[in-house]
Design a protein around this ligand. Structure first.
Ligand code: PLP
Length: 449
């Protein structure tokens, strides 16, 4: 990349003057001006290049600027840039078919949204109308989106400012052995006790008031906690027992991230509704949706579904999805993510954990890994307190600054760093990034006791 510092300064100045950024104190941020991106890399106007270990916000599953997907978007733009949702349109029909062919079980009808949060909104609306019940259960340590219902379902601090007591949301604890809420010492205990806790929560809320249980198949932003064997099957059983709709949120975990098409494939579980976005077209054009089971689709066979969006199934976004899924198939990207996860990332991170006292736990699959950083391995005290910001978050910001200085853009959330590069990253790029993590973890180590 050629340096163009003056152009970068203009981009930055207009941003600072007029762009209001997500989740941020506007005067306390310093966004990097990005000049370009390709594959697993992006670069700034000074010509400094970064290996993107965060895939943007964990969505560029095929990397930046894949030429075949860019060409498909250009071709769609040249023929039919947009068309209203009530019509049958080739790109939309084809995207729905390709998605439905990959989703588990009988999730064969696709309702398209613009992103993940509105997919969650619609899944909850469908569940409430299907059951005629008001409440929705979701887990602490979760993220489901920034819109009102989705942020209420969320089990992290982003919910607090927008919490509304009337949303009918009840939170419960999902399994997470490393920080067990159930005094469990084995995955089996954690699984059994988490299921018992969920069923008790339902009993005390009133089973006939619960429309849905919403879970990330593998919680993403909250820490990539792989559920123990039997947990999701147990939740499925509980849902069947009480007539509750089981919603799996695969906005982050879906479309190759876990080394399978969907995380649900790893656990052989079929939900009633599944939300998706991000990886469906690597975010080249905004797109999300809900995959709907036959039974729930039948609820709206003779009765209109009371919901819609002007851009539902936008042709440009759907053409990007068709091209993305085709490329993922042609290039074996899902299998590639599975192989590199098992053969390269897992062993490398475990080796780092042996040498770095700041690493408390390594967990993940495919291109979906988390390092839980701690001050003390015995007590498991997090490297920074829950929801820390500013000065209190220094150990994590120092870790991130070191990674960036050495050319890797890390994903950092609270006391964790996630290794979530594009699913088609090369083995050499991956090793380059892991070597930088090694260096940055030495900075984190300085804050251990
Ligand atoms: N659900 C999950 C699991 C997510 O990770 C996210 C975003 O990170 C969302 C929903 C919200 O998606 P969006 O930001 O596209 O609205």
């Amino acid at each position: 990349p050629q340096p163009h510092p003056r152009a970068g300064a203009a981009v930055k100045a207009a941003d600072r003057a007029h762009v209001f950024h997500s989740w941020s104190a506007q005067e306390l941020i310093d966004p990097l001006a990005v000049a370009g991106a390709e594959g697993s890399y992006f670069w700034d106007y000074d010509g400094k290049r970064y290996l993107d270990f965060s895939s943007g916000l964990v969505y560029t599953n095929i990397g930046y600027q894949h030429p075949k997907v860019v060409a498909a978007i250009q071709e769609q733009a040249a023929t039919m840039t947009t068309f209203a949702p009530a019509f049958a349109v080739e790109a939309r029909s084809e995207a729905a078919r390709l998605i439905a062919e990959r989703t588990p079980g009988d999730l064969d009808k696709i309702f398209f949204t613009n992103a993940g949060a509105d997919a969650v909104e619609h899944a909850v609306r469908m569940a409430r109308l299907h059951t005629g019940r008001p409440k929705v259960l979701s887990a602490y340590r979760s993220y489901h989106g920034g819109t009102q219902q989705a942020v209420n379902l969320t089990g992290d601090p982003r919910r607090w400012a927008s919490d509304s007591g009337t949303a009918g949301v009840v939170h419960f604890w999902a399994p997470f052995l490393y920080r067990s809420r159930f005094y469990a010492e084995t995955e089996e205990q954690e699984c059994a006790r988490a299921l018992e806790h969920l069923e008790t929560t339902i009993a005390f809320e009133g089973p006939a008031t619960v429309a849905a249980i919403v879970l990330e198949t593998i919680p993403g932003t909250a820490g990539i906690m792989l559920p123990p064997a039997g947990y999701l099957a147990g939740v499925r059983e509980i849902c069947d027992k009480y007539g509750i709709v089981f919603v799996l949120d695969e906005v982050m975990a879906g479309f190759g991230r876990t080394g399978t098409w969907f995380a649900a494939d790893l656990y052989d579980v079929v939900p009633d509704l599944m939300t998706f976005a991000k990886g469906v077209n690597s975010g080249y054009v905004p797109l999300g949706g809900v995959a709907i089971s036959g039974e729930i689709a039948a609820t709206f066979a003779e009765r209109p579904y009371p919901g819609g969006l002007t851009y539902s199934g936008h042709p440009l976004a759907c053409a990007a999805a068709v091209a993305t899924l085709t490329v993922m198939e042609e290039e074996g990207i899902v299998e590639h993510a599975a192989r590199l996860g098992t053969d390269v990332v897992g062993p490398a991170l475990r080796e780092l954990a042996e040498r770095h006292p700041s690493v408390g736990e390594v967990r993940g699959t495919g291109m979906f890994w988390a390092l839980e950083l701690v001050r003390n391995r015995e007590t498991r005290e997090p490297l920074v307190p829950y929801n820390a910001s500013g000065q209190a978050a220094t150990p994590m910001s120092a870790f991130a600054a070191s990674a960036k200085a050495h050319g890797v853009w890390p994903f950092v959330n609270m006391n964790r760093t996630h290794v979530v590069p594009p699913c088609n990253i090369s083995e050499a790029e991956l090793k380059e990034g892991l070597a930088v993590l090694d260096t940055a973890l030495s900075v984190a180590d300085e804050y251990t006791e």
